[in-house]
Write a protein that binds this ligand. Structure first.
Ligand code: F6R
Length: 599
């Protein structure tokens, strides 16, 4: 989704802006632009398409200056083209702005501005900011921005420059902005990825806060102009973690990183056969859990429901965050809301969390990005420590989310003194080794991918705790290979999807050895009887499965509660290899964004 980078210092800002934009590329975008201030004049360049288009343009060489802002746009209001790309300007081109988020009352504001003579040239809501600031500007940019922000409904991560002022004004509401504190230079970005190469010292802006940034100092204020004391924090991620390290794509690297990322999630959290996680509030009174999330994180949440109900014995519901926030859910004081999010910035998940907080539920985050908005708004949290996830399709974050949910469920069980089979802890410690083992199926999966790369549809079927794995396998495939795929509980197939099965339909079964094994074999037979092509992911390739399956992907055996971690990995690889064989840009599939910060 849209990205912002700004620079103010003693060096030419253009290379900083271009490099910063490249670090934000993974978030997804369809146009890019920059604006630099030199000798009290603004110079700008905008392009539809990739940042490479900006770099190719000869005019970029003539753009230099010590202050600049830049933006990658993911189209919401208006198609991706140069006119709609940011930065946007006021009528006299004195002011440049870059904006992430959505102005909800932009139609009303546009009407007023147009009546007053402002000429708004783009189809975006964002351009309104430049004109409002122009309207209020009387020699003080900070004042004009704060007056503007008071009129705007909606969300913003906003950076503003004015040709008469050597400063950047940054402001945030509902869309992240982070100030990077350097040596005689300051940066501002919507994502720490764009700051890391220059500084690890950062200040996270909170909602309705403004930063007034010059090359060697900054102040943070609320919209009424009162100064706020904000702490400088340190980013723990390293530049090396953001590199591909010889892998063809970030996604493949991240799939292969899972032995390490899951190790980091469980590290230090199992000691002397006890789960050690610190939750900053009393869990004893919790009578009901609601998990909210989107996309892949929602699939982890569904697995969490099985874990929390079966291991912790606490009634648990799972809700899409986008539905939860608007359906006037019944939330009580003794309810716990768990928000799961890799990025910690997903707008719907954040809104659902706020809804729960408004109703006085306790809140807990399962988050990867340290310092992200959700991680700062929850009462307590479990960080994943999975490292940066750059590939748009979530892989290692998912297995770490499931690991964190296992830890939480066992912890809640322990808190209630319910008996615990220690074997699950033994298996949990072995998980990184088992992941290494399952990654060895990569070669075989490449061959399977070759056989099915031209399929038009796929079905993924699983049961019990592995039903959400089927959903996740289908999501991975559709988002990066553009092949239509559906996930279903295997038994549900008979109630409709079975009509789709013929010799052109590959059906992936997640079929671990457990109490439901014989049932899933019956489901396989139903598919085989209709000439469907079965790919079985299983730890017990017995003769019944061999009889019906075209391909068997053998995975290591593990405790059933942990099996979603192992079983999801071959499905990630299958999606990856099919997409790669189709020459799709796996890390940046069309229309998708890494972090969805708008509704
Ligand atoms: C799919 C994917 C998305 C995200 C979803 C939520 O591979 O990555 O479905 O899972 O947008 O994102 P987070 O977890 O950042 O809240």
């Amino acid at each position: 989704m849209c990205g912002i980078i700004g620079y103010i210092g003693q060096k030419n800002s253009t290379p900083f802006l271009i490099e910063g934009l490249k670090k934000l590329e993974y978030r997804g975008y369809d146009s890019a632009g920059l604006c630099v201030l030199k000798n009290k004049k603004l110079y700008t360049l905008k392009k539809k398409g990739k940042i490479a288009e900006l770099e190719k343009d000869q005019r970029l060489k003539n753009i230099s200056g010590l202050i600049g802002i830049a933006h990658t746009r993911w189209a919401t209001h208006g198609e991706p083209n140069e006119r709609n790309a940011h930065p946007h300007f006021d009528c006299h081109k004195n002011i440049a702005i870059a904006h992430n988020g959505i102005i909800e009352n932009h139609t009303a504001l546009k009407k007023i501005l147009t009546k007053e003579g402002h000429r708004i040239i783009s189809q975006t809501d964002s351009e309104i900011f430049a004109h409002l600031i122009e309207k209020f500007y009387q020699g003080n940019l900070e004042k004009a921005v704060s007056q503007t922000l008071k009129l705007v409904d909606g969300s913003y991560g906003l950076v503003v420059i004015h040709q008469q002022e050597n400063k950047i004004i940054a402001a945030r509401k509902g869309s992240p902005l982070i100030i990077g504190v350097g040596q005689n230079e300051m940066l501002v970005a919507s994502d720490t990825a764009a700051l890391l190469a220059h500084t690890k010292k950062v200040i996270y802006l909170d909602d309705e806060e403004m930063a007034i940034i010059s090359k060697d100092k900054y102040s943070i204020k609320n919209l009424d102009g009162q100064r706020l004391n904000k702490q400088i924090e340190e980013i723990k991620w390293t530049v090396a973690q953001m590199e591909k390290k010889g892998f063809k794509h970030f996604m493949l690297k991240e799939i292969f990183e899972q032995p390490q990322s899951v190790t980091e999630t469980i590290r230090g959290r199992i000691k002397n056969n006890k789960i050690k996680i610190s939750i900053g509030f009393n869990l004893e009174s919790i009578e009901r859990i609601i998990i909210t999330a989107c996309g892949t994180s929602w699939h982890a949440a569904l697995i969490g429901k099985y874990l929390l109900e079966q291991l912790a014995q606490i009634p648990t519901e799972v809700d899409y965050a986008s539905e939860f926030r608007y359906r006037q859910p019944l939330i009580r004081k003794n309810n716990l809301m768990i928000a799961i999010s890799q990025s910690g910035e997903t707008a719907d998940t954040l809104a659902a969390l706020r809804e729960a907080k408004k109703n006085q539920a306790k809140t807990l985050g399962i988050i990867n990005v340290v310092g992200s908005t959700i991680s700062r708004e929850v009462d307590s949290g479990i960080y994943l420590y999975a490292g940066p996830e750059i590939g748009v399709a979530s892989t290692k974050a998912f297995t770490s989310q499931v690991s964190a949910l296992i830890l939480l469920s066992l912890y809640l069980r322990q808190k209630q003194n319910l008996p615990l089979d220690k074997k699950i802890l033994v298996d949990l410690k072995k998980i990184p080794e088992k992941i290494k083992e399952v990654l060895q199926v990569d070669r075989q999966i490449k061959k399977i991918a070759f056989a099915f790369k031209d399929a038009r549809n796929f079905l993924y079927l699983g049961r019990g705790i592995n039903f959400p794995v089927a959903l996740e396998g289908a999501l991975k495939l559709k988002e990066i290979s553009y092949i239509h795929a559906e996930g279903y509980p295997a038994a549900e197939m008979k109630h409709g999807p079975i009509a789709l099965i013929d010799s052109q339909m590959p059906v992936v079964f997640i079929a671990p050895k457990n109490a439901l094994s014989s049932k899933i074999i019956s489901n396989m037979q139903e598919v085989k009887a209709r000439a469907g092509k079965i790919i079985a992911v299983t730890d017990y390739p017995d003769k019944e499965i061999k009889k019906v399956a075209e391909y068997i992907i053998k995975v290591p055996s593990i405790n059933n509660y942990l099996s979603p971690i192992i079983n999801s990995i071959p499905l990630q690889l299958l999606a990856y290899h099919i997409a790669d064989l189709k020459n799709i840009n796996v890390d940046k599939p069309r229309n998708l964004a890494k972090s969805v910060t708008v509704e």
